[in-house]
Design a protein around this ligand. Structure first.
Ligand SMILES: [Zn+2]
Length: 405
């Protein structure tokens, strides 16, 4: 059946959906009717049998509706391109040129049905500045949460995304200085996941006490703490300190996974980064083999995370080599689906992400009384993971987003 819009969409309208995925992990529901009033989802129920001629304003009876997607680990200042020239340029570019790249990245996110992103930081705080100075004017209806610059220890990994506290300043003092300007706090607590040596662990950047001081200050200020950590020890300290999410978590090990399940700390595995390295690096490069092994190991950890009950959210680390804004989200979803069913995976890419951004009342699930923010796919659920998936329509607070670029 053709998709039809029978009327101009105004404040109130009804939709017939072939299938609906609610974002809360519940089973796919067939033949659903959704009613929207003034931007709010006011009714969500099964189509009543015996009335096949009833007309709906929007007929998506051969497609699937799901909540707007959330990428909860992005780097808006960088593109996923493999052009060395562009990447080098972006690393040093002033705000005036980076802001154009950020607009482009956000447009790409929206085109792929992503309605909110959580930034992982950049050395200059460009993403935060963009959010404050340009997002409103851009007309792009996407939520952006940014930590500004991440925090790292002097002399350790993280130059591209953050900075260390000032001389003689403790970590918590430094973080506190910025607390009123940021949406969340990003701490770098290990090195990068090695592509030179499989499973190589690095030392934590901060002590458990330092991390605990930050987490308790952040809790009082109502700011979530996201921690970049790979390897057993750096992850363990972050969990014990009371962080809100572990980013990457390569080689964190079973004990940490069990602890995360117990404390219900959200894991953002960013597994696709390793697949992208294996596809974009020179095939003759030894790093390709390591990247593939890292990916397999991470998929194995994801399997165990599901077994133990660790909550996960979809974050792509887009801006990393070969990890493109927007398109990468479905790639990450595909990898999570090696261990989870479709509904639970979509939950990781919608509601769980929205929770990390503190936006679960605004998006992430199809719930009556909440904003009607959802995407429409032309495909049935079985074809949602098609290689070139793009949503057919995107609705934000009840309004369709039309890309005028
Ligand atoms: Zn990152």
């Amino acid at each position: 059946m053709e998709f039809k819009i029978t009327e101009r969409i105004k404040g109130n309208y009804s939709i017939l959906a072939g299938w609906v995925i609610d974002g809360m992990g519940g089973p796919v529901q067939k033949n659903m009717v959704i009613e929207v009033k003034d931007g709010t989802l006011v009714s969500f129920h099964k189509r009543k049998p015996g009335n096949p001629d009833q007309k709906y304003d929007l007929d998506f009876s051969s497609g699937t509706i799901l909540p707007g997607l959330v990428d909860c680990h992005v780097h808006l200042f960088m593109s996923g391109t493999n052009s060395r020239k562009i990447r080098q340029g972006q690393l040093l570019a002033p705000f005036d040129s980076i802001r154009h790249a950020i607009s482009l990245h956000l447009r790409q996110q929206l085109k792929h049905g992503i309605v909110a992103v959580r930034d992982g930081g950049d050395y200059a705080g460009h993403a935060l500045r963009y959010k404050n100075e340009c997002l409103g004017e851009s007309g792009l209806p996407i939520m952006v949460k940014s930590p500004g610059k991440a925090w790292r220890k002097a002399g350790r990994y993280g130059k591209l995304i953050g900075r260390p506290p000032r001389n003689r300043e403790t970590l918590v003092e430094a973080v506190k200085r910025w607390k009123d300007q940021v949406d969340h706090i990003k701490i770098v607590n290990s090195g990068l996941n090695s592509l030179k040596e499989f499973g190589k662990e690095t030392l934590p950047q901060f002590t458990k006490d330092q991390l605990m001081e930050v987490c308790s200050m952040a809790r009082k200020a109502g700011l979530p703490v996201m921690v970049h950590a790979n390897g057993i020890f750096p992850v363990k300290l972050a969990i014990e300190a009371g962080c809100d999410s572990i980013e990457h978590g390569f080689f964190m090990g079973n004990e940490n996974l069990k602890l995360m399940a117990e404390k219900q700390i959200i894991w953002v595995p960013t597994a696709y980064t390793m697949k992208a390295y294996s596809q974009y690096l020179d095939p003759a490069d030894r790093e390709v083999d390591i990247a593939k092994k890292n990916l397999d190991h991470q998929l194995d950890q994801i399997r165990r995370a599901v077994q133990y009950g660790v909550p996960m959210a979809v974050g792509t680390d887009c801006g990393s080599l070969g990890v493109h804004h927007g398109a990468a989200l479905m790639e990450e979803i595909r990898l999570l689906m090696t261990s989870l069913n479709l509904e639970k995976t979509i939950q990781c890419g919608t509601l769980n992400g929205a929770k990390l951004l503190g936006l679960e009342k605004d998006m992430g699930s199809l719930t009556t009384g909440r904003p009607a923010t959802f995407v429409v796919s032309k495909e049935p659920p079985s074809d949602l993971l098609d290689k070139f998936w793009r949503p057919f329509r995107i609705f934000i607070k009840g309004r369709p987003w039309i890309d005028n670029s």
